[in-house]
Design a protein around this ligand. Structure first.
Ligand SMILES: Cc1cc2nc3c(=O)[nH]c(=O)nc-3n(C[C@H](O)[C@H](O)[C@H](O)COP(=O)(O)OP(=O)(O)OC[C@H]3O[C@@H](n4cnc5c(N)ncnc54)[C@H](O)[C@@H]3O)c2cc1C
Ligand SMILES: C[S@@+](CC[C@H](N)C(=O)[O-])C[C@H]1O[C@@H](n2cnc3c(N)ncnc32)[C@H](O)[C@@H]1O
Length: 663
């Protein structure tokens, strides 16, 4: 994996950015705004298309080369001016060299009339690291998905239907890599029926290559010093070119939901609250059921959780999910109160043994320094403000979160009705609705149900076979002391300690695979103190001197809910028996892709299995879930979405020759 680097810019005497790598300008010398509007907005007829969107309608724009975001902001402004209140804009853009925050701010200051939009973008342009990065703007009316990396690596991982393409990857002569047949084939694969396309260039070989991919391009008069430009539309996949492989039916999208947009979300922890928020922002009416007296009373109820990134240098699905999920959660937190609800104090992962030091060295090679970088013991101490014996990896954007604050904020939307003290014991399909019942008493119903109750989702017969396990964990709460107040970043080794929130540090967390009891135990407080000793014996002394009794300690225990591959379970659910029947042939030949539709359980979706990193995975999983449900661009690479798909287990079992029957 090659780490992403920021754009290297020079600024001309008018304050305009120029790329050092490509020796080209980001926008026209004369008027970037006019050129953008003419080349991209007008040629794609966006004003009339925005105006024609119905309530709940959406338009998806795709772009090669996000650069300064000027095209995006102009499209957003036009959308704002012409689309009805309930319509939505999706903008997906690929960028190999993202601008730093400071450069983006400087570039966008050139356009005062875009300031209200630029301000919102800048406020969310945080933790833009490699891979898919989703930004939710204007209360969910506008969604920006940045694919950070090379276009030819990123676009093949995109699952979307693009209505209008903006081709803006520097001049073909300066950057031929952005104008290849391979890339245009990707644009065609992703084009929605009737998709339009435009670009500032009229170069003949570019036009011929785009035509060959299935578009029909026309030269049209240009603007400024551009004599001609190109616009066109997608006619269809060219007959003589082999078609891209179809998605296997078990990972294909279920038929789009057409009925009433009402959903029942069961479980008021991080997964359920974020799912409710994702759907509500899309205009769904959501009923959120929680059995306790308040939201976030189980795993999501700790006073502090850490934005802890356990990455792999090998770009695994889990590692990609973590980088994307971290960015997404980090941006959400910007809406909360810093210091009380969360803090971006950084996270230090200590190299607590030789193996960990080796792993960290590999990670530092694979990721950009603004995501993580190595620090020696002296630098680590300077970050942490306390004596430390080892160096490690520092994550400057990391920090701690008060999970209940994030849950409550997510659930606070006029489209969400929170029903507390309501335990869904059974679920029945009645007249096309999923009805949750407590014994004989119906609690609520809706055509769509999302099971977000961690391992409790196994109580329903149709999700009982999902291989979820509970792992008990306990945190210890320690009142701060004069010395411990010096702690200025989260420090982790095999456990973690966070800077004090409201006068208390959280120390975590034990793992117990056997216990079903949630009463805090002294043994686990003692384990947590040992985890703190590994981090810093000095801090341990400051917080819990040797002579202090264990039974003075306070804490809480809850269950993590994990899957065997440590990835969450997110997406539509199939009928297990019908699945085994429909795809039984895989037991004999795993390479078969039968032409049989997946027997989905109509309207049943899952968001669970977030293990020990739900603060990072659950919010983005809620976006993924809404994208499956609303047939939108996925916020994650296809391979990652499939690695999290509920069908993966039934598929593996079939291939291993064991059929996946409900008990
Ligand atoms: C000790 C400990 C420390 C942790 N530390 C971190 C950390 O530092 N960083 C991090 O990222 N993650 C951490 N985690 C993991 C993180 O807390 C979880 O991944 C996350 O909270 C999971 O959220 P959830 O919504 O899936 O589950 P939960 O928060 O458990 O929520 C499930 C909810 O569903 C409700 N429910 C279930 N069934 C029903 C039903 N039938 N009807 C009504 N309601 C129902 C439950 O009452 C519960 O409120 C930690 C976990 C533990 C236990
Ligand atoms: C002309 S600029 C885009 C301007 C931009 N649309 C705007 O509104 O400011 C071209 C962009 O393409 C990016 N780029 C160039 N080659 C790329 C590649 N192979 N993959 C992804 N992005 C690339 C550049 O880093 C640059 O930001």
């Amino acid at each position: 994996m090659t780490p992403i680097t920021h754009a290297q810019l020079d600024w001309d005497d008018q304050g305009r950015p120029h790329s050092r790598v490509f020796d080209d300008v980001y926008f026209s010398d004369q008027s970037g705004l006019e050129e953008t509007r003419y080349v991209f907005l007008e040629q794609n007829r966006l004003q009339e298309r925005f105006a024609a969107l119905p309530m709940g309608g959406r338009l998806v724009i795709g772009e090669t080369g996000f650069g300064t975001g000027l095209n995006f902001l102009c499209a957003w402004q036009l959308f704002d001016q012409h689309a009805v209140a309930g319509a939505r804009l999706h903008f997906v853009s690929v960028e190999k060299y993202p601008l730093s925050h400071a450069d983006l701010q400087r570039a966008l200051a050139l356009w005062p009339e875009l300031q209200p939009y630029a301000e919102q973008l800048l406020a969310q342009y945080i933790a833009i690291h490699q891979g898919f990065q989703r930004l939710v703007l204007d209360n969910g009316r506008v969604t920006l998905t940045l694919l950070i990396g090379d276009a030819l690596e990123q676009l093949p991982q995109l699952d979307a239907q693009i209505d209008a393409w903006f081709l803006d990857g520097f001049a073909p002569a300066k950057n031929p890599d952005m104008w290849t047949a391979e890339l245009f084939a990707e644009l065609a694969r992703l084009a929605a029926p009737g998709s339009t396309i435009s670009t500032f260039t009229s170069t003949g070989w570019v036009r011929r290559l785009i035509n060959a991919a299935g578009f029909k391009m026309k030269r049209t008069p240009g603007i400024g010093h551009k004599w001609e430009i190109l616009r066109g539309e997608f006619l269809g996949w060219p007959e003589l070119t082999p078609r891209p492989a179809v998605t296997a039916p078990w990972f294909a999208r279920p038929a789009p939901h057409t009925g009433e947009r009402r959903a029942l979300v069961i479980g008021g922890g991080m997964a359920g609250c974020c799912t409710a928020a994702s759907l509500a922002a899309r205009g769904w009416q959501v009923c959120l059921l929680e059995r306790h007296a308040a939201l976030a009373q189980e795993a999501s109820g700790n006073p502090q959780g850490v934005l802890y990134l356990k990455l792999s240098a090998h770009g695994t699905a889990l590692s990609q999910l973590i980088v994307s999920g971290f960015g997404y959660t980090r941006r959400l937190l910007e809406h909360l109160q810093r210091g009380v609800d969360w803090d971006a104090c950084g996270v230090l992962q200590l190299a607590f043994n030789a193996k960990e030091a080796e792993r960290q060295a590999q990670l530092a090679e694979a990721f950009a320094p603004d995501l993580l970088h190595r620090v020696d013991a002296t630098q680590a101490q300077a970050h942490a403000g306390i004596p430390l014996e080892q160096g490690g990896l520092f994550f400057p954007d990391g920090g701690w979160v008060h999970p209940p604050a994030l849950c409550e904020w997510q659930a606070r939307h006029p489209n969400i009705e929170v029903k507390l003290h309501q335990e869904a014991l059974t679920l029945q399909r009645v007249d096309g609705q999923w009805q949750a019942r407590d014994g004989d008493t119906p609690i609520a119903d809706a055509p769509v149900v999302v099971l977000a109750g961690a391992a409790e989702i196994k109580r329903f017969p149709f999700s009982a076979a999902l291989p979820l396990k509970r792992i008990r964990g306990q945190i210890t709460r320690l009142p701060h002391t004069a010395q411990s107040q010096e702690l200025s970043t989260v420090v982790c080794a095999q456990g973690y300690v966070a800077p004090a929130r409201l006068g208390e540090h959280t120390l975590g967390a034990s793992f117990d695979f056997k216990s079903d009891d949630l009463t805090p135990t002294l043994a686990e407080h003692a384990d947590n103190l040992e985890l703190l000793r590994e981090i810093s014996p000095t801090l341990l002394q400051a917080l819990h001197p040797d002579n202090q009794a264990l039974d003075t300690l306070e804490g809480r225990a809850a269950f993590r809910c994990t899957s065997p591959d440590y990835l969450p379970i997110v997406g539509p659910l199939a009928d297990a028996d019908a699945f085994a029947q429909a795809f039984g042939i895989l037991a004999r030949d795993a390479r078969q892709v039968p032409d049989t539709p997946c027997p989905w359980l109509e309207g049943v979706y899952i968001n669970s299995g977030h293990g020990s990193r739900g603060l990072i995975t659950a919010p983005l999983s809620a976006q993924l879930l809404a994208a499956w449900l609303d047939n939108e661009p996925l916020p994650l690479p296809i391979s990652v979405a499939q690695a999290c798909h509920p069908n993966r287990f039934a598929l593996r079992e079939l291939i291993r020759g064991k059929s996946h029957k409900t008990p």
